[in-house]
Design a binder for this molecule. Structure first.
Ligand SMILES: Cc1cc2nc3c(=O)[nH]c(=O)nc-3n(C[C@H](O)[C@H](O)[C@H](O)COP(=O)(O)OP(=O)(O)OC[C@H]3O[C@@H](n4cnc5c(N)ncnc54)[C@H](O)[C@@H]3O)c2cc1C
Length: 611
């Protein structure tokens, strides 16, 4: 071994310091495990900090009719019934406790007139359900969890990127990482690893996601032998900024629509009524007058029999609506739709949406209290990820756990807004608890890391510096983003997906030959070399799963198969490593117990049930 490395030992290694990772680390610490928390950004800067609109939990503070059963129903319907029912049940039942816990730990949520946590409306949620802090909910959540974690004595490794997990006899033995600042290597010996690394948006050209979203956790887990499911389901949020080009994709929170934002096309038409799915049309206001009554009651904190505005349809539906309006020639000047909240009093807009006010004023020279915003779809979230046991968050590899956006199962074919922040704390807690119990249960029988594997990874990481020729990783990254944007976007076809598979194979070969100049000290080009490999791998999982799903369901829309297929409504697509290749197959969904099925009896049939 030519290269020296430092070594740290923990019972539980948590990779990622967003909401899921922090909550997992807090819980594992509470169980008396020694916990290492690794993050490739600074503590407090994880992507969760960007979350705006709120955290979904059936607290029933504003709409007393709400309860876990309705939250469960909404989540299952939003996910087109591809969700794991048990995850959706646990999530709906435990989210209120996790929100109250955040409050106990210091989170200052917006309040109702009588001093309880205020809740706002969001797409796909039947009742006002999102606890929020203006449009800066993620910041408050991270601040709270971070304070709590630091006081529990977590050991934090910041600006440290994990590149590989190690196994011993099929069980997790630890991981290897590099310090971003110096480029030096770190080995973590740990029998339990929690993947909490977030999403994959940087594989796409237009995205709301931060630089951290390079699919690392999904790739680490896949390479260690874990199963990935539902990878075809990528959520395109309907409202990203479309102008100016430098900020294209930046999120415009769904909170704008929750607070009364109206979508119009270039002709001034309020087009969302046209796009409501027939099966759910009766859940929405039938006229401008009814939508306005709903809004007035919402602002006044009063109950109403008015139904919610059509802009609060699910994200997949609103994204397709805007896309279609633009494609048919009714788009705004920069290729989006107009989102208008300027008809409300300026003080209210500035109080409820302060970040949006500043974002548009500073970045686009638009005063949203006076003018409409221009918005369009942006790659936002991946429903797919590491397959986990609903109760323990355990992956299919012993010692591996996953939570948050990197895990799958809760959201099925489409996630409802606000259900991610609650996912992080509900399943982050369960992952931390189960990982600590697993490590404890091993006693002295701990797996070991083979020196040869450390050496192999060290050689692999150093390779881009040692090549005599080769192209820049940035060029390959741009080509990947263009490919995913053009061929695996909102609407998909067999021909384009097949072309994407060919392109991805070429990109994989190019990525294996990229060259880096300079040193390892803070060299983002070098960091991209490994990120690129992860993104291409996961892009392949997305594309292969999308090819296999010959139907339209949730966030996955096929122009060549426009209807849902009942048979495909009973399976998840699962990607596993088979030597050096990827195998994708259909695995059956677990059967929902009769007592939960009963909750849907009066409701419309699940998507695809009769097709
Ligand atoms: C602009 C925006 C607004 C949103 N608003 C909402 C909202 O209002 N409500 C809601 O429910 N959801 C919202 N979402 C979605 C939600 O914020 C995310 O899904 C969620 O925060 C993901 O949290 P996480 O803990 O899984 O990952 P993250 O918070 O992304 O944390 C990932 C962590 O993993 C680390 N990491 C990644 N790779 C590595 C590696 N190789 N080695 C070491 N560390 C690594 C990162 O540095 C980071 O610390 C929003 C998303 C965006 C983009």
């Amino acid at each position: 071994m030519t290269e020296r490395y430092e070594v740290h030992e923990h019972d539980v290694l948590v990779i990622g310091a967003g909401g899921a990772g922090l909550r997992a680390a807090i819980e594992a610490s509470a169980q008396k495990a020694s916990v290492g928390l690794v993050t490739k950004s600074l503590l407090g800067k994880a992507h969760t900090v960007m979350a705006e609109g709120g955290i979904a939990a059936a607290l029933a503070h504003v709409d007393p009719q709400d309860g876990w059963e309705t939250h469960f129903q909404d989540t299952m319907k939003g996910g087109s019934f591809l969700n794991h029912w048990r995850m959706a049940q646990i999530h709906a039942q435990e989210a209120p406790d996790r929100v109250r816990e955040l409050e106990e730990w210091g989170a200052l949520f917006d309040r109702t007139a009588d001093g309880r946590i205020l809740q706002r409306a969001f797409g796909g949620h039947k009742w006002k359900r999102l606890a929020h802090v203006g449009d800066r909910t993620g910041l408050e959540m991270i601040r709270t969890l971070q304070d709590r974690g630091v006081h529990m004595g977590l050991e934090v490794y910041m600006e440290c990127t994990v590149t590989r997990l190690f196994l011993d006899g099929g069980r997790i033995a630890g991981a290897i990482a590099y310090w971003r600042e110096s480029g030096k290597l770190v080995v973590f010996r740990a029998p339990a690893v929690v993947i909490a690394t977030g999403g994959v948006g940087k594989a796409y050209k237009v995205t709301s996601n931060s630089w951290e979203y390079t699919a690392d956790g999904q790739a680490l887990a896949f390479e260690a032998g874990a199963e990935l499911i539902d990878m075809e389901f990528v959520q395109f949020h309907p409202t990203g900024m479309v102008w100016p080009p430098g900020v294209m994709g930046l999120l415009v929170t769904e909170g704008v629509r929750g607070e009364g934002g109206i979508l119009r096309n270039a002709k001034g038409e309020r087009f969302m009524w046209k796009y409501l799915p027939e099966a759910r049309r009766n859940e929405y206001a039938a006229s401008e007058e009814e939508a306005r009554r709903w809004l007035d009651a919402s602002v006044a904190g009063k109950q109403t029999d008015a139904r919610r505005p059509p802009e609060l349809s699910t994200r997949d539906n609103v994204s397709r609506a805007i896309y279609t309006e633009v494609k048919e020639g009714r788009g705004s000047p920069h290729g989006g739709a107009f989102l208008d909240i300027s008809y409300l009093p300026a003080e209210r807009v500035m109080k409820k949406l302060p970040s949006m006010y500043h974002q548009f004023l500073e970045l686009a020279d638009v005063d949203i209290t006076k003018q409409p915003m221009e918005v369009g779809p942006t790659t936002h979230y991946i429903m797919g990820g590491v397959r986990v046991n609903p109760d323990t968050a355990a992956a299919t590899v012993p010692g591996l756990f996953a939570a948050g956006e990197a895990a799958a199962g809760l959201h099925g074919a489409n996630r409802l807004g606000g259900n991610s922040l609650s996912d992080l704390v509900v399943f982050g807690r369960r992952a931390g608890e189960a990982a600590a119990a697993y490590a404890r249960g091993l006693g002295g029988n701990r797996p070991r890391i083979a020196e040869a594997e450390i050496e192999a990874e060290a050689r692999d990481l150093a390779a881009p510096f040692e090549r005599a020729g080769g192209e820049s990783p940035y060029d390959v990254h741009h080509a990947l983003q263009q490919c995913m944007n053009d061929l695996v976007g909102i609407y998909r076809t067999e021909k384009e997906l097949e072309r994407a598979i060919e392109e991805l194979a070429k990109l994989k070969a190019r990525a294996a030959k990229v060259r880096i100049v300079g040193t390892r000290i803070y060299n983002p080009g070098w960091h991209l070399c490994r990120d690129l490999r992860n993104m291409i791998l996961i892009a392949e999982a997305i594309t292969r799963s999308a090819l296999l799903r010959k139907e339209s369901r949730g966030a996955h829309s096929r122009l060549d198969y426009t209807n849902p297929d009942a048979a495909l409504g009973k399976v998840n697509h699962c990607c596993v490593r088979a030597g050096e290749t990827m195998r994708v197959s259909a695995t059956p969904l677990p059967e929902m117990p009769a007592e939960l099925k009963r909750l849907f009896e009066a409701a419309p049939q699940p998507v695809g049930a009769k097709a």
